[in-house]
Design a protein around this ligand. Structure first.
Ligand SMILES: [Zn+2]
Length: 171
């Protein structure tokens, strides 16, 4: 369906109300069976400001990711090693292995059983404090394999301003 200049993919589903989602693949709308095209179109228009802001954010993200060159990634990994060692010593928590991956939906992960940590190389595009936050976060998972209050207390103990760095990663 075309609304103004936008292509909207309509998915007829057993949903209660209309729902819009802006994805990298396109704009999707779930609609209950029997919804008129006019009703859908109006719904999109009502939410146009939100849709446009999502598309702009998507574009900014794409431009930012284009800056991630191989050289930048290598530089990042070099810088990461001493930083990571420092945090491991500070927290007295050691992992067995670190791997770098181009992850899509998370900044890092930690396998509690194998004590292996994975770091998203896209962090190279963010201030070093963001990497510090991810390191502290993943190391804390070696103690608490969850996001419990105890987990966050441990993060806060080593990084009282973790909220600021986490917020910077959401941009
Ligand atoms: Zn976590």
């Amino acid at each position: 369906m075309k609304v103004d200049a936008l292509d909207i993919f309509i998915e007829v589903k057993r949903v209660k109300g209309l729902r819009l989602r802006v994805r990298p693949q396109g704009i999707f709308m779930s609609v209950p069976p029997g919804t008129s095209a006019e009703y859908c179109r109006n719904f999109v228009r009502e939410n146009m400001a939100w849709v446009i802001s999502c598309l702009q954010k998507q574009q900014q993200r794409k431009e930012k990711m284009a800056e991630l060159t191989h050289e930048k990634m290598m530089e990042y990994i070099e810088d990461f090693k001493p930083r990571f060692l420092q945090w491991q010593r500070k927290m007295n928590l050691y992992c067995t292995d670190v791997t770098f991956k181009d992850l899509t939906s998370r900044w890092g992960s930690c396998n509690y059983m194998t004590r292996k940590i994975t770091i998203n190389v896209k962090l190279a595009l963010y201030p070093p404090q963001c990497t510090d936050y991810v390191i502290v976060h993943e190391l804390a998972h070696l103690v608490h394999p969850n996001h419990s209050a105890a987990f966050w207390a441990l993060v806060e103990q080593y990084m009282p301003d973790w909220r600021t760095h986490r917020a910077a990663l959401k941009k």
